[in-house]
Design a protein around this ligand. Structure first.
Ligand code: SF4
Length: 208
């Protein structure tokens, strides 16, 4: 087993779930939750989307929403004016360009307001089973500490990891690294003494 597969296997054995932390029932809800998750926590997003999707259960309903009403609901996620405007615009694009369905390709998703590469990869990986590499702050930090990524740019980290990680495990690898970053390889003080991949890590014990 090579190093990537060993990391994948050990994290897979130690982490209970790789389900996304954002709650959603329908594809449209994941799109909106991912947009709202910028600069905040998934827990906060999960709190506001209950009311949001209750009030606006479809892309068409959200596209026709009054901005002040949406601002009030998403207020606690921060940047609420921009986020309200963006999710209404995103819903409008989904209705007008895709007939209410979430597009399946990264190129199409990137045309939707508020969707960047990370969000597009979350969506194609989670909804459509595509071999997504999802570079968020946790993934970038952990892959750099492991010595797998050599750059700070999310786009370049994605390209580097696409070369290293086989397609068949890219999505699960992304989710496992993300969870490992949240739970063990934390930003300020990584818990290297509890880490199941410490012997495979170039940063073990030296990162702070
Ligand atoms: S050994 Fe430490 S720095 Fe390396 S992956 Fe584990 S927790 Fe992170």
């Amino acid at each position: 087993m090579n190093r990537i597969q060993e990391i994948h296997s050990r994290l897979g054995a130690s982490i209970a779930t790789t389900e996304p932390m954002l709650r959603f029932d329908r594809p449209f809800e994941l799109l909106i939750a991912v947009i709202l998750s910028a600069q905040t926590t998934d827990e906060l997003v999960n709190r506001v989307t209950i009311e949001l999707f209750d009030a606006y259960p479809t892309p068409r309903a959200l596209a026709g929403a009054r901005i002040g009403d949406v601002e009030r609901i998403v207020y606690s996620t921060g940047f609420y004016r921009t986020k309200a405007k963006t999710i209404i615009a995103a819903a409008a694009v989904v209705v007008e360009r895709y007939g209410g369905r979430i597009p399946r390709t990264i190129a199409e998703l990137l045309e939707i307001p508020g969707v960047g590469r990370k969000s597009a990869n979350v969506i194609v990986g989670t909804l459509f089973g595509e071999p997504a590499i999802i570079v968020d702050t946790h993934f970038a930090r952990v892959t750099r500490r492991l010595g797998l990524a050599t750059t700070g740019s999310p786009a370049r980290i994605e390209a580097e990891l696409r070369r290293l990680v086989p397609e068949s495990i890219r999505y699960s690898f992304s989710m496992l690294i993300n969870r490992h970053g949240r739970l063990i390889c934390r930003a300020r003080v990584p818990r290297c003494e509890e880490c199941v991949i410490a012997d495979l890590c170039v940063g073990a014990g030296i990162v702070s």
